[in-house]
Design a protein around this ligand. Structure first.
Ligand SMILES: [Zn+2]
Length: 80
């Protein structure tokens, strides 16, 4: 992972800490490249998806680019 990946992931974790609280409803989207391997049977991301946090009305709360490949564990881990 590159230094900029780490900075982006820190920004993403900070955005989630800021907005995800008190049981608010929210949505998280990972915008993969169309040719990302997440869409193949391996389901392993090999692109660099935009991470988008939205509220329950679909308003964008935060958008982080350049965080590196999506990991299936990253939402469960809470603070990547
Ligand atoms: Zn991907």
């Amino acid at each position: 992972m590159t230094q900029s990946n780490r900075q982006a992931r820190r920004a993403w974790a900070a955005a989630r800490r800021k907005h995800i609280k008190r049981g608010n409803l929210y949505h998280v989207e990972f915008r993969h490249d169309h040719d990302c391997a997440i869409y193949t049977p391996t389901r392993l991301c090999n692109c660099n998806p935009d991470r988008v946090l939205k509220d329950d009305h679909g308003r964008v709360l935060a958008r982080v680019k350049g965080g590196g490949p999506y990991s299936p564990l990253e939402m469960a881990e809470g603070l990547l």
